[in-house]
Write a protein that binds this ligand. Structure first.
Ligand code: FES
Length: 117
């Protein structure tokens, strides 16, 4: 099913309670993995405003609220929900196999990448 992906094992799914996020550092990359009531979504952890740790933000729907200054980011697209600014975050394909959260770190992408070129 997911054989074309380059999955990296992140953590047992039970380690991330519903409606919470956890930060994971892999090399220079820090991601935040969220459990949206059994659906797992992964986004860059550092807020593009001033680097707030999004893993510690409050989840509302499929968005997270930055704990520092309250900007909202959509966990599915990485786009800011309310701010009228072009900055967005990379999101990463995520799945659960045999109870383990898996993320394709090489397939992370930003929605506005093509617009910024
Ligand atoms: S650091 Fe996230 S809103 Fe300011």
């Amino acid at each position: 099913m997911n054989s074309h992906r380059n999955w990296t094992r992140i953590t047992p799914a039970d380690n991330i309670p519903p409606r919470e996020g956890r930060a994971v550092k892999i090399g220079d990359l820090e991601i935040a993995v969220f459990n949206i009531n059994g659906r797992f979504l992964t986004i860059e952890n550092a807020c593009p405003h001033k680097g707030g740790p999004l893993c510690d933000g409050i989840v509302t729907g499929t968005a997270v609220v930055c704990p520092l200054h309250g900007r909202h980011f959509d966990l599915e697209t990485g786009m800011p929900v309310r701010a009228a600014e072009p900055s967005c975050l990379a999101v990463f394909p995520t799945c659960v196999e045999n109870g383990v959260v898996m993320v394709d770190l090489e397939a992370g992408h930003r929605t506005l990448e093509s617009d910024a070129a």
